[in-house]
Write a protein that binds this ligand. Structure first.
Ligand code: RB5
Length: 153
């Protein structure tokens, strides 16, 4: 699978190990930065990964910042992206099975690398469940509509 990955300075330490792990599993990894641990703005890197996935230039995205939160907030705003902060392998499994997530956002400061590897593994190997989940995901992906109240019209 082709995977786009990026971090900010707070996720930078885990990025090389995650790339090596993914390559070891046989994936093609595109590193969208940053190139150093210098302080930087996570939205710039979340946006790059999200747009790469949305354009179909990578099948999935992996983003690492301090908490994962800022990355998720940014990436999820890009049309076609379903991004979330994930802290456990179980949530990662459900993120794929129920939500058809395509960009996983993980914490470089609070989640150990070994846990993050398991999270990413679940993210890449779990199929979307479809069925009852499909219509819900369709609702998530609606264009912003100020008249949409969250229930059927
Ligand atoms: C950087 O200090 C930190 O704010 C960032 O890595 C991330 O945790 C934001 O959500």
């Amino acid at each position: 699978m082709k995977i786009a990955i990026a971090s900010d300075h707070a996720g930078f330490d885990q990025k090389p190990a995650m790339i090596e792990y993914l390559q070891g599993l046989g994936h093609e990894v595109v590193d969208l930065g940053p190139a150093s641990a210098d302080r930087c703005d996570y939205p710039d890197f979340a946006d790059k990964v999200a747009r790469t996935v949305a354009a179909g230039e990578a099948e999935r995205g992996v983003l690492i910042c301090g908490t994962g939160i800022g990355m998720a907030l940014t990436a999820d705003k890009v049309a076609g992206i379903r991004a979330a902060v994930i802290q456990t392998p179980e949530f990662s499994h459900l993120f794929r099975e129920h939500n058809d997530g395509n960009v996983v956002c993980i914490s470089g400061r609070f989640t150990p690398l070994e846990t993050n590897k398991k999270i990413v593994d679940e993210f890449l190997t779990t199929e979307f469940g479809g069925g009852r989940h499909a219509g819900r995901v369709e609702k998530i992906m609606r264009e912003d509509d100020p008249t949409f109240s969250g229930v059927e019209r």
